[in-house]
Write a protein that binds this ligand. Structure first.
Ligand code: ATP
Ligand code: MG
Length: 261
């Protein structure tokens, strides 16, 4: 039997041609839309999903079996939230805050899985409605790295042209993150923010709250503690939606390097 491309594609759960020897290969236009013909482009790359987590979806990832309570809540959230994207005057979607004190419990894998499932949903639903699917409905922001980049180009010792280039990229990401339908803010709270960065983070998160755009946070810092580092009123509003989901247990990092379908 010839090997098909099924396991490389996040559409495998919804595609009727998944696993078909004649259609399920790297030339498939739908695969190209999601992953690019070399498997490193498409909407998954536009969403900035980290490489390790590009094939996972909510229903298909290694974390699900262990974090049963978290996935009960996430399934419910996704089932309710995803369809609202196509509704006019829809109700506000609550943000999610995926938290564990321990590292390596699967928060980032889960946030990326939700982002991928959201990509699949918006893509297939738009096609069903005869609409052009959005190129970038979701964006994965590595918050800790973004914060470090801000510090780097604000360092007076950085060469001017390099600083300007980094600043341009930083603000481009800020603009994308402000307006995507769904934003993942991965790893918030590792480092204390400078005043200037605090202002930018506040502006981003507040803009999304005011415009009813949902955000998924992951963090090793309990939301209560984040309130002390960031604008209290801002996170009070996120907390009001009662959205913290706790991940239990100890680290799985290194136990399974590659996620195989
Ligand atoms: N329950 C699990 N079963 C199998 N693998 C898991 C499980 N939980 C996490 N992993 C794997 O462990 C690695 C670390 O997971 P992940 O990066 O999502 O953790 P995290 O909670 O975001 O960690 P951190 O707190 O350091 O940000 C990943 O490769 C992930 O696929
Ligand atoms: Mg993480």
């Amino acid at each position: 039997m010839r090997k098909t491309n099924e396991k490389n594609c996040i559409l495998r759960g919804v595609c009727v041609k998944a696993g078909s020897e004649s259609h399920c290969n790297k030339l498939c236009p739908l695969y190209n839309s999601m992953h690019g013909h070399k498997g490193i482009g498409g909407r998954v790359a536009m969403a900035n999903i980290p490489k390790d987590y590009q094939k996972m979806t909510i229903s298909h990832n290694p974390v699900r079996e262990v974090q049963k309570q978290a996935y009960f809540l996430i399934d419910r959230w996704a089932k309710k939230f995803f369809p609202l994207i196509f509704e006019e005057n829809a109700e506000r979607i609550k943000p999610l805050y995926l938290y564990s004190k321990e590292v390596g419990t699967g928060k980032t894998a889960t946030a990326a899985s939700i982002a991928n499932s959201f990509l699949v949903y918006t893509f297939t639903e738009a096609l069903k409605r005869g609409q052009q699917p959005l190129e970038r409905p979701v964006y994965f922001l590595d918050f800790n790295q973004w914060q470090r980049e801000f510090a780097a180009f604000n360092n007076p010792k950085i060469p001017r042209d390099m600083g300007e280039k980094m600043a341009r990229k930083f603000y481009e990401i800020r603009d994308i993150a402000k307006d995507v339908l769904l934003l993942v803010v991965d790893d918030i709270g590792i480092e204390d923010p400078s005043n200037a960065f605090h202002g930018i983070a506040h502006d981003l998160i507040n803009h999304r709250l005011v415009n009813w755009l949902p955000t998924i946070f992951t963090s090793n810092v309990e939301m209560e503690d984040l309130l002390l580092r960031y604008d209290k009123r801002l996170f009070d509003r996120i907390r009001d939606h009662n959205s913290q989901i706790e991940f239990i247990g100890t680290s799985h990092r290194g136990m399974r390097q590659d996620f195989d379908v």
